[in-house]
Design a protein around this ligand. Structure first.
Ligand code: ADP
Ligand code: AMP
Length: 215
């Protein structure tokens, strides 16, 4: 299936996308991860994106649309994909429709992860990511067995620069003004399904699977 995971930062999109990707073998395509890797490698793309990401602003549409166009052409995305963190503006959503249409393809479903602001702030400020394999942990909700060390690959756990409280506030503002309108956009196309993302990781995962089975 061709899926989009939509919702505020910290809603649990990446956590669920990784699990679903493992079970169904659809690639997990996160523009945030692609951009963070480019920044850490210091590529041209990384240099373009860095200042926006540090402030919690969106990277310009043409940059992320270019990334997605290239990524969706790859062999592993031909039998389904999970887009996480893209699209984030109506312009990005329209471009995605166009790119897919040119390939005779389209989206199957958009899952909207619903969660309140208080919980988002808790999830983002407690989030820790593995610097080696990208696994996602949380200091309280999903702590690693050994503090600061990834359970899966023993890499070092780090806090994302943009997960500090000042930047989190701005990312939420940006989400509400630029990404929230996508809910209507996909609702009108009949593609939107709501997921109560306040529930536990397992409950959210089971709900996603039920929604996919009904599609
Ligand atoms: P997103 O990709 O939407 O920004 P993440 O998947 O990175 O969000 O999750 C944000 C934080 O919340 C992480 O620390 C993760 O471990 C934690 N988390 C994810 N899902 C849940 C859940 N259902 N309940 C509690 N914490 C969660
Ligand atoms: P994420 O990992 O999805 O939380 O994204 C981290 C940051 O990467 C965002 O705050 C933006 O600066 C940038 N980013 C990721 N995806 C997009 C996108 N689709 N459009 C614009 N900027 C993006």
């Amino acid at each position: 299936m061709n899926l989009v995971f939509l919702g505020p930062p910290g809603a649990g999109k990446g956590t669920q996308a990784k699990r679903l990707s493992e079970e169904f073998k659809w690639p997990h395509v996160s523009t945030g991860e692609i951009l963070r890797e480019a920044v850490s490698k210091g590529t041209d793309l990384g240099r373009k994106a860095k200042e926006y990401m540090e402030k919690g602003e969106l990277v310009p549409d043409e940059v992320v649309i270019g990334i997605i166009k290239d990524r969706l052409k790859l062999e592993d995305a031909q039998d389904g994909f999970i887009l996480d963190g893209f699209p984030r503006t109506v312009n990005q959503a329209q471009s995605l429709d166009k790119v897919l249409k040119e390939e005779g393809n389209s989206l199957d479903l958009v899952l909207y992860f619903e969660v309140d602001e208080e919980e988002i702030v808790k999830r983002l400020t407690g989030r820790r990511n593995c610097s080696k394999c990208g696994a996602i942990f949380h200091l309280i909700y999903n702590p690693p067995k050994k503090s600061g060390i990834c359970d899966l690959c023993r890499g070092e756990l780090i806090q994302r620069e943009d997960d500090r409280e000042e930047t989190v506030k701005n990312r939420l503002r940006v989400y509400l003004s630029q990404t929230f309108p996508l809910i209507d956009y996909y609702q009108e196309k009949g593609l939107l399904r709501e997921i109560d993302a306040r529930k536990s990781e397992d409950e959210v995962y089971q709900k996603i699977k039920r929604v996919l089975e009904l599609a």
